[in-house]
Each structure stands twice: as structure tokens, then as C-alpha cells.
Design a protein around this ligand. Sequence first.
Ligand SMILES: Cc1ncc(COP(=O)(O)O)c(C=O)c1O
Length: 362
Amino acid sequence: MSPKRIHNFNAGPAALPQVVLEEIQENFLDFKGSGMSITEVSHRSKWFDEVINDAIDRIKRLLDLDDRYHILFMQGGASLQFCLMPMNFLNDGRSADYVNTGTWSTKAIKEAEIQGKPVQVVASSEDRNFAYIPKNIEFTPGATFAHITSNNTIKGTQWAEFPDTGGIPLFADMSSDIFCRPFDASNFGLFYAGAQKNMGPAGVCMVAVRDDFLEMVPEDLPTMLKYTTHSAKNSMFNTPPCFAIYTVQLVVKWLEETIGGLDKMAALNQQKADLLYGFIDQSDFYAGTADADSRSLMNVTFRLPSEELEQQFVADALNNDLGGLKGHRSVGGCRASIYNPTPLAGVEALVDFMKTFEQKNG
Ligand SMILES: Cc1ncc(COP(=O)(O)O)c(C=O)c1O
């Protein structure tokens, strides 16, 4: 009997490509003839070496990154990055610009402020409950970096285009939209993504950091908190989260070999998002929460006429094998996370269910 699988709209940890899960299952007891599971081999073994290096090569190819960029696999989630960026780069009088587009940006700013680092919040969409991405931002000449959250998982907004910073290197939290589309990475000094949304399981955070930033890292920081420690040792200064990195490797392999790269992935994501937003827009029952020009391709947030109906919607959906549709606890409402692995068929099934639910309750 094949295992039960539902359409999974969780925000993170989130759906993984079915073929990736199957490949993990198939190789779980005997990894590449080693007679051991990938969870049992040494991180210093040739087996794991191949895994991590292949993952890095594929990530660099997918994002078209040149040799100045180093791919690190770190622990502590995206949340630790909030603390490490100011700690490593805002010394000797250096300051940074931050754009505040929601909960995660706010947390990133707070971590810089806790350390007493000079940061300027140059734009914010807090005035309208973070329902939009600010435009025409004036960045501060001489800032060391300008930090944005490329996709706001909770509020359902995303930068359609990255801002013109006038040459200040961008830093971005891409936790919930990494690999959803191609982008020009050469404007970025650093970007990072907790894997558990669009890239793999929880437990690892991918960081891409450019050489010139590594040169700024002070010697006297605690060893584990310096980017240079991890770049010098190919993310193996200490034991890395081997299983999570292995899964990331399979996801990026899937992106390259099955999907065919980020242009193709972007087209599929656009198709899924158009279908869902298109349905919401023609309905008087469902209402999107983000401004149309700031909508996320990944997290589609919407409300129903009452909180009671929202609760019933989430429960009925699960009874129809559509899971994870509850909005974040801080904002309520509903949210369908349609990350890369969500197939078009999943969004079609959701829209069908939404139609039926509206007919019954509208
Ligand atoms: C955009 C964004 N940044 C940061 C985080 C926090 O990531 P982590 O749990 O890996 O620290 C999340 C989600 O949980 C997120 O969606």
C-alpha cells in the first residue's frame, strides 16, 4: 500500500519534492554501497565530502555565483544570522541600512540594536501592517550593507524587484523564497536562507558570502560566531548537520535536473500564484491581505468573512487532504505556502476546495 500523502501548504518546515523523499528512503540503509546510512557516516568521509561539495557546486551553478562567493552551511537558523551580520561586519565605525517589511526584518534589526551597532531603518511598511513593499527608498551613502527580507513569510509580501541601493551591497534574508526565481546575485554581499522552507529540512541555514565581507571579520570574535571559521573549513569546523545538508543536495539536484533551472522554476511558480490569486481576486468571499504589486509567489495570505469561517475552512480543508492552511499565529487568517515543491495539481486542488467551500458558506 502506498503511504498517505496530502497536499502540504505548511509555511515551514514545508513540503519537499516527493522524488527527493523517495531517493532518501531508497538510500537510507545503504548510502552508495557504504553499508551505512548517510546519518551514520563520518562528516570527514569521502561519502559526505561528495555530498557537501556537490551541493555547493549546484547552488553556485543555479545562482550563477562567481568565485568571490562562498557557500556556508551553518546551524542556528536564519535567526542566528540576524545576530552574526552586525557582529561580523559592523565594527570600526561601520553602519548598515535595514528595510523593515515584517516580523523577520524587525527581528533582524533588533539583533543589531541589542549589540549597540549603528543601524538606520531607511524604510518600513509598518504603517499599513506590512501589507506592501516600500518603494523609492533612499539608502545612506557609505553604509556597509543594506539588509532586506526578500519574502515576508507571515505577511505574504515579496520584493518583485530588488531595490537600487546606489552601490551599497545588499544583504538578504531569503529564507522563504531562495531558488524561487533567478536573480542577479552580483549586487549582494551576503544572502542566507534557513533551509526548512524552500530548500530542505530544518537544521541548516545556507549562507552565501562574498570575499570582501569575509575580509572585514575581526579576529577576536568567538570562533563559532565568525563567518571566516566556517568558510576556512568548508562548513566543517565542527560536525555539520549532515542529513540536512544531504537533503539540500538532493533538492538542488532536483532543481537542476528535474525542473531544469531557476527560469523554469520561476515560470511554474508564477503559474501557481496566478491561479490562486486569480481565484481570490474574482471572489467576494476571500480577500487577499497583501497589496497586489507586493504579493508573494510563495506565501499567499487571505481572509474569509469571519474568524469562525476561517477556523472551519482550515479544518474542512484538512479533512479534504489539504494541510497547513492556518495563517501565522501572530496575524490569524489563512495562508497557503506554495513553495517550489508544491505541484500545480496541489494548487488546483486547493482552488477547487475553495470554490466548494464558498458555495456552501458564502
Ligand atoms: C523570512 C524568515 N526569516 C527567518 C525565519 C526564522 O528562521 P529560523 O527558524 O531558521 O531561525 C523565518 C521562519 O521561520 C522566515 O520565514
